[in-house]
Design a protein. Structure first.
Lengths: 264, 469
């Protein structure tokens, strides 16, 4: 599947921002599952790419001239191998066993995971877990905040893809299975629509397998991967800070304008 | 249970040890009233200098004077040389371990330390994986905590490779002793320590590939318990003391805001934990750090001393492996001993620990400052039972050690002079070479019988002498 994508993020502020800095993870890299044919990131000023601690392509944008808006645009074309089940990696996955504030497994998550996995450390067990979590936590935009942790969303039985993923990571790690957060885009065939999305990957026998709790998918066939990390904070496309600017008036995220999908 | 203690000043037969003879003679000759007056003077001077310590867990955030005892802890030079070599050996091995861990991981492949023990450890920083540091130094400033058992054998209690504190007390205690009792320093050869700030600055400068790098001390601010020390060291080295808000990152370089405009920063002696360094990479709530610092660091444009991720080497769950690290990396036998340690994460060791709690000291693997620990022989039955429940709930989080008797040193107490337990923290500086100023910080547990010397637990300090014998 070939995906053509344009992703624009625009921030507008009440007052002039004196200085700002953004960590941008908006550039996919080649992997066994995806091949980046072209990719371009348009920023207010040129920035050199670097690799972040998780191997993601990172741009650090620093602006110290006063500005009232920041517009960040990414566009490119990526081939996705829909048949690929997993992606191999030589680095140890053990660091992905640890919990973070957002993925801490409380007693409720631990016992939920134990019940669904029934001592099985297998992909099938995690597929059961994925489906059970999907049933347990309704997809409800606006029900959680960006810093809601897995246990809170799980207890409230609602959330968005970020919360689904955090709950899944907490459960998998509590079962001793390394798991990580993935941020990227999802193409929805029904609506011919592309959206920012988050899902999970878990480690079995030297490879990472995908688990999209929100869509109950155990294969990332329509997923374009941007970045991975221990949780949302590591992998989110944009993380920034600013001095001045007052209230953020408007943040616009647009992922669809020039989308075209061709079956190969 | 009868416990025999090694006393630093008196041998078992009551004789004064040779390296204390000069001091003992002076002590006997000096009128009690004069000594008392000098102690009052010391209290006043410390207070005036503002050398205080903020107590954690105290809701008033009480600033407290760390009690200073005027009877020094003295070490014969020949003995010190062994301790010094032992500390240098240990810190070398720990730096080699960190280099290895963040690169080839030979020690894991060799089966000496289990992969999960270090890689799944919260202190293991992915941000350091594959990153090359100048001179391969991770811990530029290390504090090695030593205690002595009943027969006087030195043991390493723990390594401190994150932001070890206390060196300002070492320096101030010496200044105070020289001011109050100059005659003592004229009568014998006591190794000087006042060059520590110079050595520290030299170490920090040599951590950068630049010829004359600009150095700053980064403090979490004046509410931190060790703020006095941060300010003290910056002043002694003649470098800027900054808070996170004084620094900023532009195009992967770090700058300091000054009245003359931005000034580049090359080396940061940071007294801030990893989690607070960069709110864009670590704890997003941190107001103490510098946004973008991690990217500048990973680009090699700034040195952090100590490096990020050293905590995985001084974690109490990794401590049992340090002697094997020395053998593995240096092909040497450890000069200083480790305290035998039971790891509660191992089921067979856990049951031993639970069965012997009244005799053991149990520590939290992530803890520091003496807060989350059990001293079995000093605990009540109820305290032991409560602690056993905590261990059973999270066995991975605890290690246990035999209760060492800890050496004693005569100390001024309310009713004259009495023995009190002490430890020793030498400060090891690693740059172009590895150096230790003679002695270190001696902490003393002021409560009778107490084995906890941490200043947060009511400990005091003593001047530490290395005396030519």
């Amino acid at each position: 599947m070939r995906l053509t994508i344009r992703h624009e993020t625009a921030y507008h502020y009440e007052d002039q921002v004196r200085a700002s800095i953004q960590y941008l993870r908006l550039t996919p890299h080649d992997s066994e599952r995806q091949q980046v044919l072209s990719w371009q990131l348009d920023l207010p000023r040129p920035v050199r790419a670097q690799l972040d601690p998780f191997g993601n392509i990172l741009h650090v944008l620093t602006l110290d001239e006063p500005h009232a808006a920041i517009v960040i645009a990414a566009r490119g074309q990526v081939d996705i191998d829909e048949t690929r089940e997993a992606e191999h990696e030589s680095q140890s996955a053990l660091p992905f066993l640890r919990f973070t504030r957002l993925t801490e497994a409380d007693e409720a998550l631990r016992s939920f995971a134990a019940r669904e996995c029934r001592k099985r450390k297998s992909r099938t067990a995690l597929i059961d877990l994925m489906q059970a979590l999907n049933q347990h936590m309704a997809y409800k935009p606006g029900s959680t905040e960006v810093d809601t942790c897995a246990a809170e969303a799980f207890a409230a039985r609602a959330g968005v893809c970020q919360d689904h993923t955090h709950a899944f990571l907490a459960c998998a790690r509590s079962q001793g299975i390394p798991a990580r957060y993935v941020s990227g885009y999802l193409f929805s065939a029904e609506s011919e629509h592309m959206a920012s999305h988050a899902w999970a990957e878990a480690w079995f026998d030297g490879a990472w397998y995908s688990f999209d709790v929100t869509n109950q998918l155990a294969r990332a066939a329509r997923h374009l991967k941007l970045a991975v990390g221990l949780d949302y904070l590591d992998a989110c496309p944009v993380r920034g800070m600013r001095r001045g600017g007052g209230e953020q008036m408007h943040a616009k995220v647009l992922v669809t304008p020039t989308i075209s999908v061709q079956q190969q | 249970m009868i416990r025999t203690f090694f006393d630093e000043m008196y041998a078992a037969d009551g004789q004064v040890r040779p390296h204390y003879r000069e001091f003992a003679r002076w002590l006997a000759e000096t009128p009690e009233e004069l000594l008392a007056q000098r102690r009052r003077e010391a209290d006043l001077l410390f207070h005036r200098a503002g050398i205080t310590f903020t107590l954690y867990g105290d809701e008033q955030g009480t600033e407290r004077l760390i009690p200073f005892d005027t009877i020094p802890r003295s070490i014969p030079a020949s003995e010190w040389r062994v301790v010094e070599r032992g500390c240098i050996q240990r810190v070398k091995a720990l730096n080699l371990f960190l280099t290895d861990l963040y690169h080839d991981q030979r020690i894991i492949k060799a089966g000496i330390i289990p992969a999960e023990q270090v890689l799944a450890n919260e202190q293991y920083q992915l941000a350091m994986q594959g990153l090359n540091l100048h001179r391969d130094i991770y811990s530029h400033i290390s504090g090695v905590d030593l205690v002595r058992d009943g027969d006087g054998t030195y043991y390493v209690l723990e390594d401190n490779l994150r932001t070890p504190s206390g060196v300002s007390y070492m320096l101030e205690d010496r200044k105070m002793m020289m001011r109050l009792f100059p005659e003592l320093f004229a009568a014998q050869r006591i190794a000087p320590i006042d060059h520590y700030p110079n050595l520290l600055l030299d170490t920090l400068k040599s951590s950068s590939p630049l010829d004359n790098p600009s150095v700053v001390v980064l403090t979490p601010g004046r509410f931190n318990s060790a703020f006095f020390e941060h300010a003290f060291l910056a002043r002694e080295m003649g470098v800027e003391l900054v808070e996170g808000a004084d620094l900023f990152v532009r195009d992967d370089h770090v700058f300091m805001r000054t009245t003359d405009g931005p000034k580049p920063v090359d080396v940061i002696y940071r007294r801030l934990d990893d989690a607070f360094l960069d709110p864009l990479a670590f704890n997003p709530q941190s107001m103490l750090g510098v946004p973008g610092l991690l990217s500048a660091y990973r680009c090699g444009n700034v040195v952090l001393a100590n490096a990020i991720g050293t905590g995985v080497a001084d974690d109490k769950s990794v401590y049992p492996y340090v002697t094997d690290m020395i053998r593995f990396y240096l092909d040497e036998e450890p000069i200083l001993k480790n305290v035998p340690t039971w790891q509660c994460r191992k089921p067979e060791e856990l049951s031993h620990v639970l069965a012997n709690l009244p005799e053991l000291v149990v520590k939290e693997t992530q803890g520091s400052g003496g807060y989350g620990m059990l001293v079995g022989p000093a605990a009540t039955r109820a305290e032991i039972e409560a602690f056993a429940a905590r261990i059973k709930a999270r066995p991975n989080a605890y290690i246990a050690q035999p209760t060492l008797s800890l050496s004693t040193c005569p100390t001024f107490v309310e009713n004259g002079i009495a023995p009190r337990h002490i430890d020793l923290r030498p400060f090891v500086l690693t740059g172009r070479e590895t150096r230790v100023v003679p002695g270190g910080l001696t902490r003393v547990a002021l409560r009778e019988g107490s084995l906890v010397v941490n200043s947060s637990q009511g400990g005091g300090t003593k001047d530490t002498w290395v005396v030519e014998d």
